[in-house]
Design a protein around this ligand. Structure first.
Ligand SMILES: [Zn+2]
Length: 307
């Protein structure tokens, strides 16, 4: 037994030595990422390796997101979709830390991404104070719903179900774009976290991406709402619905009818509020209604690392 375990030790030492020796000639990993991105604009990062990858994660804006690995043409590929929320992340240069694992080895790569300013719409409104401040009786409800929404947006499932471009959930025009900042009674409010699309009550609403329903509810501000997780930190939101046609845990396909639009919650008229949240950052969905992944990866920087 003793001899046997000694042989095993020698063998495993030999394996480690061999792995270390081979390490020098290990495969190359290509990383495509944007050197700069406008605030609120979604961007993609793609990692391509000729050697087997067993784990990839990206740390961005305080979140660590595990990325799904697919094998295509003998190459190991991981793709992430990210952004920096307008009004939440200041413009400037931020690090993205990538952690790659292969055959028991770990490699960390630091990318630098510059978030540049984007001019979003701004309008000033004067409204009676009673319309701006919610009544005290609903504060507890608002806090509870904010917590539930926060938990839904923090879903980090590994399997990547998103693909680009997104499907437009309704055909209507944009009545209020992403990033619009309202200055109510002289006080700036949080910029618009999604986009409003014109839709009369009863218009069928399609899922912009495939995924799993992680939250449905009837919230004070958002009204009847749906949150769908598409993996890799990608969550889509559908607010102010008239009726919800899915339930928590349902798996939906891109383009499937999930609801009828309406005017539930705190709104002045019927429309669909559509939101795209990438690892806790509400971003502008508009650019990726037309751009596919190849378009997003065009003009990106390239980092090459060796394992
Ligand atoms: Zn809205």
């Amino acid at each position: 037994m003793k001899l046997c375990s000694r042989i095993k030790t020698i063998l495993s030492l030999a394996a480690v030595t061999l792995a270390l020796f081979c390490g020098a000639a290990f495969g190359e990993v290509n990383i495509q990422y944007p050197a700069s991105a406008g605030e609120g604009n979604p961007f993609a990062v793609r990692i391509t390796s000729s050697e087997p990858l067993t784990g990839v994660s990206a740390k961005w804006q305080g979140w660590t997101i595990p990325l799904d690995i697919t094998v295509w043409n003998g190459r190991y590929i991981a793709i992430g979709l990210f952004g920096a929320q307008s009004g939440k992340v200041k413009t400037g240069t931020y690090p993205m830390m990538l952690t790659l694992q292969s055959n028991g080895k770990k490699r960390e790569i630091k990318l630098s991404i510059k978030i540049t300013p984007v001019k979003y719409k701004e309008d000033r409104l004067t409204l009676p104070e009673s319309m701006v401040t919610p009544p005290a009786a609903v504060l507890e409800r608002i806090a509870r719903e904010r917590k539930a929404a926060g938990a839904a947006l923090a879903t980090l499932s590994l399997e990547r179900n998103w693909g680009l471009p997104l499907i437009r959930p309704v055909d209507g025009i944009v009545t209020s774009p992403y990033g619009r900042r309202r200055i109510l009674n002289g006080k700036p409010r949080t910029p618009h976290g999604g986009m409003d699309l014109r839709a009369t009550t009863g218009t069928p609403v399609k899922a912009a991406l495939s995924g799993r329903v992680v939250l449905t509810g009837d919230h004070y501000y958002a009204g009847k709402s749906i949150y769908i997780d598409s993996g890799g930190g990608v969550i889509t939101q559908y607010f102010h619905l008239d009726s919800i046609e899915v339930k928590d845990g349902d798996i939906v396909k891109m383009g499937a009818i999930i609801a009828k639009s309406g005017q539930s919650g705190r709104v002045t008229g019927p429309h669909l509020h559509f939101g795209l949240c990438l690892s806790g950052q509400q971003v502008n969905p508009e650019p990726i209604f037309t751009k596919n992944l190849a378009d997003l990866l065009e003009k990106t920087a390239l980092a090459k690392v060796e394992f």
